[in-house]
Structures are given as C-alpha cells and as structure tokens.
Design a protein around this ligand. Sequence first.
Ligand SMILES: C[S@@+](CC[C@H](N)C(=O)[O-])C[C@H]1O[C@@H](n2cnc3c(N)ncnc32)[C@H](O)[C@@H]1O
Length: 244
Amino acid sequence: MNPDLGTERAAWARLLDRASEPYRSAGRFAWHFARGKLGHDPVFRHLLASGLIPQGARVLDIGCGQGLLASLLRACAAMRAAGEWPPAWPPAPAATQVTGIELMPRDVERARAALGEDGGTRFICGDMRTEAFPACDTVVILDVLHYVTHAEQDAVLKRVRDALAPGGRLLLRVGDAGARRGFAISQWVDRMVTRVRGHAVAPVYGRTLPEWIAQLRQLGLQVEPRPMSQGTPFANVLLVAQRA
Ligand SMILES: C[S@@+](CC[C@H](N)C(=O)[O-])C[C@H]1O[C@@H](n2cnc3c(N)ncnc32)[C@H](O)[C@@H]1O
C-alpha cells in the first residue's frame, strides 16, 4: 500500500475517534450516531480533504443536528496542535467559530452535553425560517432544506447569501430529485432516521439538480456541484456556492 495512503487513513481514524469521543457524555445513542455518521458519510471527509473550510472561519451550520461538524472542527484543531495533521492535507481548519442552529431541542441538548458552549462554539435551538443568521464566512447546510417548502427554501437561501462575507462559501448538500431511485432511497432512510431520533416525520420538498443550481445562481452565487454520495445508495450532491 502507498505509505501516504496508510498515513492518511490512520489520521482520519484518529480524527474520527477524537470527534466522536465527546459524545460519550451525551449518551450511548449520541456516541454511536456520531461514529456512524462521521465514519460513513463521505461529506465530512470531503470538506476537510478539499480545504473547503478555511482557518479562522466563522461557520454557520444550519440544521446542525447534534453538532457533528462543530465536533469535527474541534478535533481538527486538536490534531493540528498535537502535530498530528497530515502534511499532505490542506491546512487544518483550526480556530473556527461555529454557530449551530437546530430545530429539535433533543439534538441541541446532545450537542451541548457533548461539546458545551464557549467563545468558539454555540448552539441555538431555533427554526432556520425565523432565526437571525450571524455574519459568517462559511455556511454549511447538509440535508436540511428539503424539510421546508420551496418558498421557504428560497427565503432561507437569500438570507444565507446576505449573511455571507464577500468571497464566503455556502456548502449545501441536497438530494437530486431528478435521480429518482437514489432520491427515493434517501427519502426512505431519512424517514427511518427521523423516527429513530424520536421526531415526527414531515413531508419533503425536493428539486432536481438543475433547479437547485439555477436558484443559487439567481442569488448571484457561483456554483460548483460535486457528487456526494460515494459508498451510499443516495443521489446526494454537494453544491459549493461562492459569494462573489
Ligand atoms: C438529516 S438531519 C442532518 C443533520 C446534520 N446537518 C448532519 O449532516 O449531520 C436534518 C436536520 O435538520 C433539522 N431541521 C429540520 N428543519 C429545520 C428547521 N426549520 N430549522 C432548523 N433545523 C431544522 C432537523 O431537526 C435535523 O436535525
């Protein structure tokens, strides 16, 4: 095996351990969920491997769930401080400030139990449709917008664009409703997970990939789509949208 690949795998495994560890204090479910999601969802590794979150960024994570991204970013900073960050990777996103907005009180409780809150991390229990967005450099929205109507999605996206600093990025993962099979599977899994987490299952509002891209371009954002369901049966796409 290529030694660099081995080093990278080991580094990712350490990062996964570090990012999951805090959830032990939030209960067994929270810990297993963290390990499973961070370990199997390709988007988290992609965000780091592509350097999409800059050092010192003010990050807004909308629909943050139990705060996995905040935990991952903390783990990155810790690995960098310990001299364990692989030199082949883009610079570690250290010294970030993360604001998470999440609708479900139980998820916010788990996030706070695991990570606490300090100058660098805070969690707001609120609805993205009404909660004010702080000024930020990076907005992350992973698998969230489909829970609200198309008009509400548009309103959220417009406020996200306004909250972003010039040159800032929106990292938006969506399902492509045009890829029927993958989209149907992701909806089915979404409903199962929502039930397991003890939440009521709501209807979903999908769009095709060209519709998502057109909506973001209409807001003046430059958009680059990246397939983001490797190793899963879904039809997910990460839209990297930059404010000019
Ligand atoms: C599929 S989960 C994704 C969680 C997280 N982004 C991740 O990738 O691990 C979707 C999250 O969006 C949250 N959510 C749904 N509607 C919301 C709203 N109107 N405002 C804020 N959060 C919302 C849900 O409660 C849930 O935690």
